[in-house]
Design a binder for this molecule. Structure first.
Ligand code: SF4
Ligand code: SF4
Length: 435
């Protein structure tokens, strides 16, 4: 029978009555038909291998057909909790004739990695989805909002389509001098890779200024690229634009080669992921850290000025925690802030719920809302609110705007959302200074 055709039920072979002897007592027992029903061998004709063959030939797509249907991935998939998703379901859909290259499902995975954590067969959606998306880019199925971000990134070097000359505008009001390597190219310890949302988004800029003040107070020797910086493009890669990512690698590494630095530090877990996993594969290895990893060992040197008196809960970014194993550095910083009490959400650390921004999800909110019952960020904000926290703290530049919007739309506008560095900055100032 062809794929998608009507399924023929197997033929039952029943005896009305069977007598079986107990292996213990030897006594014979009558069994009615319902206990001895057998089936004739069934030829599996209601699905075929063609869908898997097309995906498996893409580098990275091989593992989808390894699924053996255990179902472990379904309850941990954040998209399944607001829809009908997960590797097992995608596997079954492909098996029964869905063309994944043209299906909306292709764009819903946030590459959060929680399914891979539990999958005994290592079905790797972080490799499968980018591979299929890349192959689908030439088709008409690419959501327009994502296409627009690809074009902005290609044209301007950032996902927000901002003028690169404004990259370091945030630094003008940081209250401390921020060194830009193009104008002061001497060797530096920390090259701070600001990335797009801390460079251009107003709430990201607040965090960038807070970092500048804290890093400067700690005596860290640091500098930025300013207008020469372009995004590292990891989310564009996971959204399928591998060609754009490869072009960015060339541009970025050519710029980095102009300067001498010991390590790259970034506030963006996606950039961090690119630096530790993707750039080395292309021959560019750096000593890279997330900013929480830079500051956590220095926490004893931070000059606290006041207690904040706050109950906070922390959202683990997928690409710092689950994808790269760093759960402790952010918590070390949070717990060191005077007057701050950390309360964990039920889903935290390796099982943390996704904010919905990974794998291109940051730019697919309109599309995703047509295929899910609730935004992932809204669901996460409800979890945060249930802890009774005053503040939801984060350390990924995508999350402040996502969770702030979600707090408003779910009626939890009282829940403040901010980056860890903003709380550190607040606690190091006496509360009367501006900037
Ligand atoms: S956990 Fe892995 S093997 Fe099990 S159903 Fe999910 S994808 Fe398939
Ligand atoms: S990577 Fe995350 S969003 Fe994608 S299928 Fe796996 S659990 Fe679901």
């Amino acid at each position: 029978m062809p794929i998608g055709g009507r399924k023929v039920p197997p033929v039952a072979v029943e005896k009305q009555q069977a007598r079986v002897a107990s292996t213990i007592s030897g006594r014979e027992v009558d069994l009615p038909a319902m206990w001895n029903r057998m089936f004739e061998p069934r030829v599996l004709t209601d699905y075929g291998p063609d869908g898997f063959a097309a995906i498996a030939k893409l580098p990275g797509g091989e593992s989808l057909e390894w699924c053996y249907g255990c179902g472990k991935c379904t309850p941990v998939c954040p998209v399944d909790m607001v829809g009908d998703y997960g590797p097992r379901k995608i596997h079954r859909k492909v098996q029964t004739g869905t063309d994944l290259f043209a299906a909306p499902d292709l764009w819903l995975c946030t590459a959060c990695g929680n399914c891979l954590r539990v999958c005994p067969k290592r079905v790797d959606m972080i490799a499968i989805m980018p591979a299929v998306r890349e192959a689908a880019l030439s088709g008409a199925a690419v959501p327009a909002e994502l296409q627009e971000v690809f074009e902005k990134t290609f044209r301007y070097g950032n996902a927000l389509g901002q003028n690169q000359r404004r990259r370091a505008r945030w630094a003008e009001t940081a209250g401390v001098p921020v060194r830009i390597l193009a104008t002061d190219p001497a060797p530096v310890d920390v090259l701070f890779y600001v990335e797009d949302y801390w460079s251009f988004h107003p709430r990201g800029q607040d965090a960038a200024r807070a970092f500048a003040r804290v890093a400067t107070a700690l005596g860290i020797d640091w500098a930025i690229l300013g207008p020469e910086e372009k995004t590292l493009g990891d989310s564009q890669r996971l959204a399928g634009e591998k060609g754009l990512f490869d072009a960015l690698v060339e541009d970025v590494t050519a710029t980095l080669a102009k300067y001498e630095f010991q390590r790259i530090v970034t506030p963006d877990p996606h950039a961090f992921n690119a630096l530790v996993k993707e750039y080395p594969q292309r021959g560019h290895t750096f000593d890279a850290q997330h900013y929480t990893q830079l500051l956590a060992p220095l926490v004893g040197q931070i000059g606290w000025a006041r207690e904040l008196n706050l109950r906070v809960t922390f959202h683990d970014p997928c690409y710092l925690g689950r994808q790269n194993g760093e759960y402790d550095a952010p918590r070390t910083l949070i717990e060191a802030i005077p007057g701050v009490q950390l309360v964990e959400m039920g889903r935290c650390r390796e099982n943390a719920y996704c904010c919905g921004g990974g794998g291109g999800g940051m730019w697919l909110d309109g599309f995703t809302s047509d295929h899910t019952t609730e935004r992932l960020a809204e669901r996460r904000v409800r979890e945060a609110a249930r802890t009774g926290a005053d503040v939801l703290v984060v350390c990924c530049p995508y999350e402040v705007s996502r969770f702030t919007d979600a707090a408003k739309s779910t009626g939890h506008g009282h829940l403040r959302v901010c980056d860890i560095i903003e709380l550190i900055d607040e606690a190091t100032r006496d509360g009367t200074s501006g900037g």
